[in-house]
Design a protein around this ligand. Structure first.
Ligand code: NAP
Length: 302
């Protein structure tokens, strides 16, 4: 049987657990008539692409956040979309906690200090900050936000959260009814909301200033959620203490001003990037495609 054509928009399939996808599908790099299914990750699928592939009926995303897909255009054309929730939750939460500790204890800065041979010459570096015993505010108590709160619980002084309404899962944590109120209360603000137009700039200049000179901002959600220029300005002049960032407004480009700052830890969007999780995400993409092509219910439709 001929392999069905598949629009493959992931450039390095091996990094997404999809090294062998070509065994099952005839991979095409460009949209064209006759293609009924597409696979994508962070680069998304826009309306022009759907126009160029008029027979498209299914988009299997290898991400949980679908902010880069024109969902309204897809719905209008009757195109189903699947994503990869849950299987990546633990990894992203681990990274959030890792970033929080790395920022407080200055792990990358200290690593550079040793490598640069500065220890024998300068003696020990300046003191870091405690990672434990702080007030941790989780912005968005979804799947990943809840996993972050669970991990933070044993060593946080207290955990607070903001969601659009109080959540049952947040019973053990204090609720704050706006991002600003949460930032005012928290020592560490961990951003875990979805991306997209509705949350663009949710972490505004006012929220950043409420977090303050002793505060730490951790973002593992999407770069769009934080007002990046305001964050850089505040980190530069001390109105915000420090930041740990996995995501940026214009990835893979990171502003030079941010790269030059010593009070930040920067990671190139690695939230789900472990061999184990990418294998699980790849399998879920393949399972969704198989369900689609055999007319069964999709496993994880959005
Ligand atoms: P989820 O379970 O759907 O949770 C989404 C959260 O976003 C919920 O807390 C929800 O708030 C909040 N939210 C959605 N729209 C909002 C709005 N308009 N205003 C305020 N809050 C809003 O998703 P998840 O699995 O936890 O994933 C969360 C996000 O993490 C993803 O969308 C993605 O952008 C990001 N992510 C990043 C990486 C990475 O590699 N760094 C990997 C995976 C995911 P309510 O509680 O009010 O409903």
């Amino acid at each position: 049987m001929p392999k069905p054509p598949l629009l493959m928009l992931i450039e390095q399939p091996d990094l997404f657990g999809l090294a062998h996808i070509g065994d099952h599908y005839d991979l095409r790099a460009q949209p064209e008539p006759g293609i009924v299914a597409a696979v994508s990750s962070g680069n998304g699928v826009d309306a022009a692409m759907m126009e160029a592939a008029p027979d498209l009926k299914m988009i299997a995303l290898s991400v949980v956040g679908y902010d880069k897909v024109d969902v309204a255009a897809a719905r209008q054309r009757g195109i189903a979309i699947t994503n990869t929730p849950d299987v990546l939750t633990d990894d992203v939460a681990d990274l959030a906690i890792g970033l929080m500790i790395a920022v407080a204890r200055r792990l990358p800065q200290h690593d550079r200090f040793v490598r640069q041979g500065r220890w024998p010459q300068e003696g020990p570096p300046a003191l870091a900050r405690r990672a434990s015993g702080r007030r941790i505010g989780v912005l968005g108590l979804g799947r990943i936000g809840q996993a972050i709160a669970r991990r933070a619980a044993p060593f946080a002084a207290e955990i607070g959260y903001y969601s659009r309404a109080q959540r049952e899962e947040g019973e053990a944590y204090s609720y704050h009814d706006s991002p600003r109120a949460l930032a005012e209360w928290a020592d560490v603000l961990i951003v875990a909301v979805s991306g997209g137009p509705d949350t663009a700039g949710l972490v505004s200049r006012a929220v950043i200033e409420a977090l303050g000179p002793e505060g730490t901002l951790i973002n593992i959600a999407r770069g769009s959620v934080v007002d990046e220029p305001a964050m850089i300005a505040a980190l530069t002049d001390g109105r915000l203490g420090s930041a740990g960032l996995d995501v940026f407004a214009h990835e893979p480009n990171v502003p030079e001003a941010l790269i030059q700052l010593e009070n930040v830890v920067l990671v190139p969007h690695q939230g789900s990037a472990t061999r184990e999780t990418r294998a699980a995400m790849g399998q879920l993409v393949l399972d969704n495609l198989a369900a689609f092509f055999s007319g069964k219910s999709l496993l994880t439709p959005i």
